[in-house]
Design a protein around this ligand. Structure first.
Ligand SMILES: [Zn+2]
Ligand SMILES: [Zn+2]
Length: 338
């Protein structure tokens, strides 16, 4: 496919889409029912449906019944951890293999003209972004996420958390499952803003940002504190009567869903004429510029409301540079006053 029909490439080889990022049409006035209907389909398909499908697979194929989960035991926690590790390895690995190893679409629709393997750096373990990111994902983030998931499953199964069953309240639980991606988005925005605060950034979040040119393994490359805060989204389920499956769903939304912003390509070519958009651009811009797009603004345009939105357009770039200039002036003024 000719990616220059959809965007431009600069001298460095970085490609950018022509069409700026938009906000969810639920915020548009006058209302746009057609756009809202298309957006609702996009809310479920494909990313959140993948999380739901993999969560259901783990619930039915890996986890035992509540009586066994009522006891904290390695007999069910180790299989859960192995399933999470294998599932994430296969899911992230499929994108890595196709786009970064085989380079099936070469650099077409690739935001950064370089591949991480071409840029060894001392900031990474073994000077390799891929190795560093994959090791942090599987040695740190997946075990921490699994531990939180297991804790919540145990609290539900042992009666220490208030629960309802699917036969008692199917619509209520389906509603919780549908709201979970929104809780994840708002939670991520909150913790993400917090770990961009200077001392926390240097101690915790800088590790994730070492990957200026993110790729699939970057998705869960985190400091342990960030991994705990990130997967800690599942703790919100304790705010209301709940069900153990919601803990599994939260793990999958946060874990499997993390790849969305880190694919590094704007479109995934599926044949000669079909290339759906990946939704990776907002978070790619965050890795590139740091102080923009703290969440993907999928439902709530939080960055737009709080002034950190960058839609990828020249106007968005100008607004960001203006904000950075004002901040530099404030810093300079306070340092010359002290
Ligand atoms: Zn990231
Ligand atoms: Zn960040």
């Amino acid at each position: 496919m000719d990616d220059l029909q959809h965007g431009t490439r600069n001298k460095k080889g970085d490609w950018a889409p022509t069409e700026p990022l938009g906000l969810a049409p639920i915020w548009s006035w006058p209302p746009q029912p057609g756009a809202v209907a298309r957006w609702l389909v996009g809310y479920v398909w494909p990313w959140n449906l993948v999380a739901l499908a993999t969560a259901l697979a783990v619930w039915f194929l890996v986890l035992p019944d509540a009586a066994q989960m009522a006891e904290l035991s390695w007999r069910w926690i180790v299989p859960l951890w192995l399933a999470n590790t294998a599932g994430i390895a296969l899911w992230f690995g499929a994108f890595e293999a196709r786009l970064y190893r085989r380079r099936a679409q070469e650099r077409r629709f690739k935001y950064n003209g370089k591949f991480p393997a071409e840029q060894p750096s001392d900031v990474f373990w073994f000077r390799s972004q891929n190795l560093d990111n994959a090791l942090r994902c599987f040695l740190i983030s997946v075990p921490i996420g699994t531990a939180l998931e297991a804790l919540l499953l145990w609290l539900c199964a042992s009666g220490q958390a208030a629960t309802v069953s699917w036969t008692e309240a199917p619509l209520y639980l389906a509603g919780l499952a549908l709201l979970a991606p929104i809780v994840h988005e708002v939670h991520f925005y909150g913790i993400h803003r917090a770990i961009h605060w200077g001392p926390l950034y240097r101690w915790v979040h800088a590790i994730h940002h070492n990957s200026v040119n993110p790729s699939p393994w970057s998705s869960l490359s985190m400091h342990p504190v960030e991994a705990a805060a990130y997967f800690g989204v599942a703790l919100w389920m304790l705010a209301l009567p709940t069900h153990g499956f919601i803990a599994v769903l939260f793990f999958h939304l946060a874990g499997y869903g993390a790849i969305v912003g880190h694919i590094g390509f704007d479109r995934i070519e599926l044949g000669d004429t079909h290339a759906p958009r990946s939704s990776a651009y907002a978070h790619y811009l965050h890795h590139k510029h740091f102080d923009v797009n703290y969440c993907d603004n999928g439902v709530f345009p939080l960055d737009h409301w709080f002034g950190s939105w960058h839609d990828g357009s020249p106007e968005g770039e100008r607004r960001m540079q203006e904000r950075f200039r004002r901040r530099r002036e404030r810093v300079n003024a306070s340092s010359s006053a002290s």
